[in-house]
Design a binder for this molecule. Structure first.
Ligand SMILES: Cc1cc2nc3c(=O)[nH]c(=O)nc-3n(C[C@H](O)[C@H](O)[C@H](O)COP(=O)(O)OP(=O)(O)OC[C@H]3O[C@@H](n4cnc5c(N)ncnc54)[C@H](O)[C@@H]3O)c2cc1C
Length: 451
């Protein structure tokens, strides 16, 4: 760390990445201006009120991996409010809805013959998946992408019913398109060591800390934004919402960067660019023109429909924490449903006895009628005649999905590019989707100047 006391820093973007970077720079003694284009801080961490209760409408949990988010939460005084989710998710197949097996990685089972795996892919599928253990030892590099690896080692059913629902819902990509090293760092090395895919998954799972892979906060993950906002304001950061950065211009000679806004130009020694991918590439037009003109990924829009349903048949959480839809399931437009009040018992208590909150997720930004949402919720929860008492929608746009091939190419070019001194890039599009990656990248960008 050790920023010069007079270092002038401008952080562009007031999502979690920007807030974390601003806090870290201010803690190191820099004079920090934080620019946020919209009138709200938090970016893709936000809340909506449903049934009188504020509920996360964006991120609702954080990966335990690496301990970075937990450490931040502790520093912000929220450590006592961290909770594990209660239960686990199900998967909606063409003809039935069943629990997802425990102990896998991205849906890849570590024990292909286990009863809970057989329930999803049937005995023939499990026997085929077990062949992974006896097939010749894999050589790293033979498969670059996740889909072909899973298909060849464990068969189509594992890919279609277990891996694709998880990968598509959590990361928004097709397993056939995604490089193994980008989505599962360390998997290739373990495959070489153990000689099989299931063995590698088992090793990685055993090495992970015990307990849930993701956790939440009592009151919702959006409390993290409120706590970060209080922290940066308390450290004297000049927080400017409603202020869009319009350009980043390195000084032609010597150090220094100018950030332009509609009202004024800001001179800085350090600039952390923590906006979404499309905005970042626009702002890099002057500092890294080659990058700014590279092919861009398709924007991934999504809609989260929050519902309150007052129905006692949901009390026993018939689908655990929620349901992911597999490709073969016809007649359902939603990609997933989360039973929020079952997943987070503190939320169940706040909603009150007999009241349930669910989130139904859709790909794309097209409007979804009440009738469709209701039909989807009924089908995924396996209950007829559900009557929502309240509905609230949140629309999200990911302008550079972290695992899209074009984003990966831009990230690789960025890693090799020489940015003007003092300019660093952070945020989910360069670090990977999810708060664990985002927080770690922002801490690094603010302390070491690297993304
Ligand atoms: C529905 C949904 C559910 C999710 N669930 C989870 C989950 O459960 N767990 C998890 O870990 N992750 C989850 N995520 C992902 C997680 O929310 C994101 O990875 C993370 O919040 C991204 O943070 P960020 O700061 O990089 O970007 P953002 O949150 O996108 O913030 C970027 C900010 O930059 C601002 N900006 C853009 N252009 C400019 C400009 N020119 N000048 C100034 N400001 C600008 C934007 O307004 C925005 O506020 C979810 C995301 C969504 C959409």
């Amino acid at each position: 760390m050790g920023a010069h006391p007079l270092m002038r820093a401008v952080v562009i973007g007031g999502g979690v990445a920007g807030l974390v970077a601003a806090r870290r720079l201010a803690l190191a003694g820099a004079s920090v201006v934080l620019l946020e284009a919209s009138d709200r801080l938090g970016g893709r961490v936000a809340s909506t009120e449903i049934g009188g209760v504020p509920v996360d409408s964006g991120a609702e949990s954080f990966a335990v991996r690496g301990g970075v988010v937990r450490a931040l939460v502790e520093q912000l005084g929220l450590g006592g409010d961290v909770r594990d989710p209660a239960g686990s998710a199900w998967v909606a197949l063409a003809d039935r809805t069943v629990p997802l097996p425990a102990g896998g990685l991205l849906g890849i089972p570590s024990s292909p013959l286990a009863t809970d795996v057989r329930r999803v892919i049937d005995t023939a599928g499990s026997v085929r998946a077990y062949r992974d253990r006896v097939l010749p030892v894999l050589k790293v590099g033979r498969y670059e992408r996740l889909g072909p690896l899973v298909r060849s080692r464990m068969g189509e059913l594992v890919l279609e019913r277990l891996v694709a629902p998880v990968v598509q819902n959590v990361y928004g990509v097709d397993p056939d398109d995604v490089p193994i090293d980008a989505i599962a760092p360390g998997l290739n090395a373990e495959i070489t060591r153990t000689g099989s895919l299931s063995g590698a998954v088992l090793r990685l799972r055993t090495a992970a800390p015990p307990g849930a892979a993701a956790q939440g906060l009592v009151g919702g993950v959006h409390r993290l934004v409120a706590a970060l906002t209080d922290a940066v304001r308390g450290l004297g950061v000049d927080v400017r919402t409603g202020t869009e950065a319009l350009g980043i211009h390195p000084a032609p000679f010597g150090g220094g960067i100018t950030v332009t806004t509609a009202r004024e130009d800001l001179a800085a020694d350090r600039v952390v660019l923590a906006v979404d991918g499309a905005a970042a590439l626009g702002l890099l037009a002057d500092a890294a023109p080659d990058l700014a003109t590279m092919p861009r990924p398709a924007v991934a829009d999504s809609r989260a429909v929050l519902l309150r349903i007052d129905d006692r048949r949901l009390d026993p959480a018939p689908r655990g924490t929620g349901v992911l839809r597999a490709a073969g399931r016809a007649g359902v437009q939603a990609s997933a449903l989360t039973h929020l009040t079952a997943k987070w018992p503190w939320l169940g208590e706040r909603a009150g006895s007999g009241h349930h909150l669910v989130r139904v997720a859709y790909r794309g930004a097209a409007p979804v009628s009440d009738a469709v949402v209701l039909a989807d919720a009924s089908a995924l929860l396996g209950l007829e005649g559900l009557k929502p008492a309240d509905r609230a929608d949140a629309l999200w746009s990911d302008t550079a999905p972290a695992l899209a091939p074009e984003t990966l190419a831009i990230r690789a070019a960025l890693a090799g590019a020489e940015l003007p001194q003092g300019l660093v890039v952070a945020g989910s599009w360069v670090a990977g989707t999810g708060l664990a990656s985002v927080v770690a990248s922002a801490e690094r960008a603010a302390t070491h100047g690297g993304s």
